[in-house]
Design a protein. Structure first.
Length: 470
């Protein structure tokens, strides 16, 4: 996935997880300052956590440092390099995202312009700005905008409310959530989240003002007066913010039990699911086999060449340019070179085109303990395991058409009788390639089982297989 879309997807999931917990568990509680902390934590998590990579460690038994590619070529006319359909879609999506992002940035700048103009007009004055431009009181940053038409009593109550916003830096909450909304303009939860943050800031200011004033009825009437008929700038904190009845209800509601804040811990399992879901596989080698020099083998299909699933062993015929090919067989190796007995490989690379895939997977479960490293490691009984894989892997035709390629990392268990069981994919590329990798591993003949202290034991084995199109 494109790094930009990967980041946005993770950011959306983090923001949604916090919003779900807030909306269903915390929204109706009266501990607004705790809710502010919770909501801000969600904003920071959606910005920072997608940048943190969590690794799932997979231990390999052994490896050969040089991978041996299997290259299959067919006579064809080479076309001019062109972008795949997936690349076209991806580039188009990036372009559309950039255009929409620019639109929302410009729109926010337009909303911000009249406020900045008014601030410049009163430059050098106090943070309190009396204005005829705006008919509804609001605060922006450290500045408080008060219409000149207010009475002294109204001005006193509104200033108490707005000073709470400026003293507690509520504008930072608003600006942060606005930035997230711009980045996630396509996400409706982001806009609901910003609304929830602004609501909560108003609840805090209302509660503080209502608790400290003796003019409680007058304050409620003032809220109702400014709740209708005023245009609100979305980048500022308005005294006349909507949901007036909800604001009044919160002010008069009995304080919630502090233990109710523990409901916020429900975000922890959601966060764990996100981290586990996006965990990347990290391969750790526990033992390394001595590096061995190998030649690349090129199998060139001819008109009468056949490939079967049987494990025939016929010598390769000498071909031009030092390459080797085999007629009516699945095996090809350089002339005069003995078969190697390296059973542990780091990677097998499959390049080119193959026959249609088959599916004959079998599973078995055994209760005995599984080892990762033993004194006598299991060995592939029928020669080098990489030779078996390169002869039997078939690149799925559908994957070829879609241009799918990459490295699939599989794990399996070598049982005490040498059979293969519990094949699983620990790093997936595409279901087509995953299925082919598992199919070929299940089709392997029995291995020589591993031993620990003279006893035959079950051993877990990790094997990467790379699929690449030529």
């Amino acid at each position: 996935m494109n790094p930009l879309f990967d980041y946005l997807l993770k950011s959306v999931l983090w923001l949604c997880s916090f919003y779900v917990v807030y909306h269903f568990l915390l929204r109706k509680e009266t501990f607004c300052k705790f809710n502010r902390f919770f909501l801000l934590t969600g904003v920071f998590a959606s910005i920072i956590m997608p940048l943190i990579v969590v690794y799932h460690t997979v231990y390999t038994i052994a490896s050969v440092e040089d991978s041996v590619p299997v290259i299959a070529t067919i006579p064809t006319i080479q076309a001019e390099p062109t972008m795949s359909f997936r690349e076209i879609i991806q580039n188009t999506a990036i372009l559309l995202y950039g255009i929409c992002l620019a639109f929302f940035i410009i729109r926010t700048t337009i909303n911000l312009a009249p406020i900045l103009k008014e601030i410049r007009k009163h430059r050098g004055s106090d943070v309190l700005i009396h204005t005829q431009t705006f008919h509804s009181p609001f605060s922006f940053g450290k500045y408080i905008f008060i219409p000149e038409s207010l009475s002294n009593q109204e001005r006193e109550l509104i200033l108490a409310h707005e000073y709470t916003h400026t003293n507690e830096l509520h504008y930072l909450d608003l600006w942060l959530t606005k930035a997230v909304c711009i980045l996630q303009f396509f996400n409706p939860i982001a806009w609901l989240y910003a609304k929830a943050v602004q609501e909560n800031c108003e609840f805090i200011a209302d509660h503080q003002t209502f608790r400290n004033t003796t003019l409680k009825d007058e304050y409620l009437q003032l809220l109702i007066k400014y709740s209708v008929g005023h245009h609100l700038n979305p980048i500022a904190l308005h005294f006349s913010f909507p949901l007036i009845f909800k604001r009044i209800k919160i002010m008069k509601q009995k304080q919630s039990n502090k233990l109710a804040s523990l409901k916020s811990l429900m975000v922890v399992p959601l966060a764990c699911l996100i981290m586990v879901g996006f965990a990347q596989t990290k391969i750790v080698e526990t033992q390394t086999v001595t590096k061995q020099k190998k030649e690349n083998l090129v199998a060139t299909p001819k008109a009468k060449t056949q490939q079967t699933d049987t494990q025939s062993k016929s010598p390769a015929q000498q071909a031009d340019q030092g390459k080797a090919s085999a007629q009516n067989t699945n095996e090809a190796q350089p002339a005069g070179q003995d078969k190697q007995n390296a059973n542990n490989v780091d990677e097998v690379v499959v390049v080119g085109y193959g026959a249609p895939q088959t599916n004959d997977q079998q599973t078995s479960k055994r209760p005995a303990e599984v080892f990762t490293v033993v004194e006598d490691m299991p060995k592939f009984a029928d020669g080098p395991v990489q030779e078996f894989l390169r002869k039997n892997i078939r690149y799925p035709v559908e994957a070829q058409k879609k241009g799918i390629q990459g490295r699939v990392i599989c794990q399996f268990i070598v049982e005490t009788d040498g059979s293969i069981s519990s094949v699983q994919v620990v790093r997936s590329i595409d279901p087509l390639l995953d299925a082919e990798a598992c199919r070929v591993l299940y089709s392997m003949p029995k291995w020589i089982p591993g031993k620990q202290r003279g006893q035959v034991v079950r051993v877990k084995y990790t094997l990467p297989i790379s699929f690449a199109l030529k």
